[in-house]
Design a protein around this ligand. Structure first.
Ligand SMILES: O=C(O)C(=O)C[C@H](O)[C@H](O)COP(=O)(O)O
Length: 205
């Protein structure tokens, strides 16, 4: 199937959320992934720090056509290629890694690059990142993002790290195109995930 890299940005901007799964096992990651897809989330990354993450990405991406399944915590080109081979349809880095951005570009796979400062945001975009993950968002604030976007209004910023259902609307109001959320989506048992995430997505529409 032909797929263009801007599909990620379209989905993420529509939902306002990238879902992050960091689980104790591949099986638990798949369980959460299936529930997040059922709740309507369109872009979900499995962190490579999850044991067996590549297997979970392979399972979820082969069974799901409704959502884009990606890889998170990708920090070098080797991991990027392994994740793409496992079926990741986007890559997310906690750091600004131009080698990951290049690896994604070479394979037509979109990259959400990590950045913590205005300079890093601009370097990430100049290197070809599709979206910029402001990380860790817990070190910043919606007010700081608002100030930053006055200088860089074109920057598609996705604050990630410590974002909750209560703070997500504040980040969006400050100009974030979306937020990344892990713990807030996957706390509790997988079975309890769906109604909570559905309500969260509705609240951000
Ligand atoms: O390793 C990465 O690439 C990361 O993105 C780190 C975490 O997965 C996010 O910071 C999620 O943070 P919480 O939403 O607070 O759970």
């Amino acid at each position: 199937m032909r797929e263009f890299r801007w599909r990620l940005a379209e989905r993420v901007v529509a939902d306002r959320v990238i879902g992050i799964i960091r689980a104790p096992s591949a099986g638990t990651a798949v369980s959460y992934g299936e529930r997040l897809v059922s709740a309507g989330l369109g872009a979900i990354e499995v962190s490579l720090s999850t044991p067996g993450a590549l297997g979970a990405i392979r399972t979820l991406s082969s069974q799901e056509s409704r959502a884009l399944i990606g890889a998170g915590t990708v920090i070098d080109a080797h991991q990027a290629v392994l994740a793409i081979e496992a079926g990741a349809r986007f890559l997310v880095c906690p750091i600004l890694s131009t080698e990951v951005i290049r690896a994604g570009s070479r394979h037509g796979v979109p990259v959400v690059a990590g950045a913590a400062t205005p300079t890093e945001i601009v370097v990430a975009l100049e290197a070809g990142a599709d979206l910029v993950k402001l990380f860790p968002a817990s070190q910043s604030s919606p007010k700081a993002l608002r100030d930053l976007l006055q200088a860089l209004p074109h920057a598609p910023v996705v604050p990630t790290g410590g974002v909750t259902a209560a703070t997500a609307p504040e980040w969006i109001a400050a100009g974030a195109v979306a937020v990344g959320m892990g713990g807030e989506l996957t706390r509790g048992e997988p079975e309890d995930t769906e109604p909570r995430v559905r309500a969260l997505l509705d609240s951000l529409k």
